[in-house]
Design a protein around this ligand. Structure first.
Ligand code: GDP
Ligand code: MG
Length: 439
């Protein structure tokens, strides 16, 4: 997913102008990327719709950096899709807090039970009890006991002959006696959704309402993750999701779908087999990771600070291409009244504060009328190539505009200064861009 999106992003990143067509194209890529990553189709559709609506909005099109704005919208919506905020563990007011781990076989329940116990002890200063309620495979009990030994945490197990419900009942009593404030119940899994398993989980649930029911999902599961999440949620009622094996070659689609389909938060992610490889799930960071744009954040923030500076952007383009003419100058004149002084506008460009002689670009409001008249008296050739304006042409222009030759000379000088400055500034801008990793 990341690679695919990144390709699209680098295409759109540098765009000074983004048309509706561009947005459509980008959305097609995003849609494709999401589908390829096994994101649920319904989720993809509503996602694309939301992003498109926002991206085609006026604010974006008129912004200084529409490409970046579109990316920001994609990122915001991705974050939203994955729950927005980080969702913490819910602890019981009356200890012990009971956490039931459910999920398919091989999803990572047992491993995650150990990791979570480790987090609870280290980060939350709790005294967890691990409960081995997977009686169908002797190895499962042994696996949890091994993790318990490794972590120096107690594991409550009664072998394979006692029913899971009875194990949990006794474990809860034991927890009370031993003052465990969190009870983590590792349950059995099946290869597929199974009625007997669901019934067993319901029976455990009925003993004592768990504070959390964590569905453990293998992030490599893809499309099926949504069905699994839905089935468990309907049958047992989950309160959160732990997404495992994110350290692997996962396509990440599960993370995107599960939350939006079940409306249950992803609380943790498994990042490896070791006992310290469990991290809280941060939707925003996950979205950044998917988009691979850690160092783009500051640029996005910058882009936000500059919303309707369309004119400044156009000007920067002219600077870059060195194609600034007297027509542009004139155009600028009429903008000056609306936008404020030219030197202020220039200051918004990167690197402009370092330029000497910027104050000379200041144009007195009172002069604007005269300047307009002078430029309007020029021929198209003169406007594009002011070098050709010799003294006879100056006299003609002076007559036409009702201004003195001195005023014309002053304007020509100003224009030349400005062009020189642009040249200087364009160089700086390019260097500055390289530094800032801009396209
Ligand atoms: P269970 O059947 O749901 O209890 O699954 P297990 O906890 O036994 O895990 C199945 C396999 O997945 C084991 O080999 C674990 O080491 C591995 N595993 C679990 N979580 C992760 C993870 O976050 N990353 C990686 N790389 N492997 C994991
Ligand atoms: Mg297990």
């Amino acid at each position: 997913l990341a690679e695919r999106l990144q390709g699209t992003i680098s295409k759109i990143k540098g765009k000074g102008k983004v048309t509706e067509q561009d947005v459509k194209e980008m959305m097609r890529e995003v849609r494709f990327a999401l589908i390829e990553a096994d994101v649920n189709l319904k989720v993809v559709k509503s996602f694309i719709k939301r992003v498109s609506e926002r991206a085609i909005g006026q604010d974006v099109m008129k912004s200084l950096t529409p490409g970046q704005q579109v990316i920001k919208i994609v990122k915001d919506e991705l974050t939203e899709l994955m729950g927005g905020e980080q969702s913490p563990i819910k602890f019981s007011q009356k200890p012990p807090t009971v956490i039931l781990m459910v999920g398919l076989q091989g999803a990572g329940k047992t491993t995650t039970t150990g990791k979570l116990a480790n987090v609870l002890r280290k980060k939350y200063n709790r005294k967890p009890l691990l409960v081995a309620a997977d009686i169908y495979r002797p190895a499962a009990i042994k696996q949890l006991q091994t993790l318990g030994d490794q972590l120096s945490l107690p594991v409550f197990a009664l072998g394979t002959e006692v029913s899971p419900v009875d194990i949990v009942r006794q474990a809860l009593e034991h927890a009370k006696e031993e003052h465990h404030d969190v009870v983590l119940i590792d349950t059995a899994g099946r290869l597929h959704i199974d009625e007997n398993l669901m019934q067993e989980l319901k029976d455990i649930r009925a003993l004592r309402e768990p504070d959390e029911v964590f569905l453990v999902v293998d992030s490599m599961t893809g499309q099926d993750a949504v069905n699994v999440a839905n089935s468990f949620n309907e049958a047992v009622g989950i309160t959160g999701v732990v997404l495992t094996k994110l350290d692997g070659d996962t396509r990440g689609g599960a993370a995107l779908s599960i939350r939006s389909v079940t409306e249950k938060p992803i609380k943790f992610v498994g990042m490896g087999e070791k006992m310290d490889a469990l991290e809280p799930f941060h939707p925003e960071r996950m979205a950044s990771r998917i988009l691979g744009m850690g160092d783009m954040m500051s640029l996005i923030e910058k882009a936000q600070a500059n919303v309707d500076e369309e004119k400044a952007r156009e000007m920067e383009e002219k600077f870059r291409t060195q194609s600034f003419t007297f027509d542009d100058f004139l155009d600028q004149m009429s903008q000056v009244k609306k936008m404020g002084p030219l030197d202020e506008i220039l200051k918004m460009l990167p690197g402009a504060n370092k330029i000497k002689g910027l104050e000379n670009a200041k144009i007195d409001d009172k002069q604007i009328g005269h300047i307009e008249a002078i430029i309007l008296s020029m021929t198209p050739a003169e406007k594009t190539n002011p070098e050709i304006i010799n003294s006879s042409r100056k006299k003609r222009i002076a007559k036409g505009s009702g201004c003195s030759v001195q005023e014309i000379n002053r304007l020509l000088k100003q224009f030349e200064d400005m062009k020189k400055m642009m040249k200087q500034m364009t160089g700086m801008t390019q260097k500055g861009k390289k530094k800032m990793k801009l396209p």
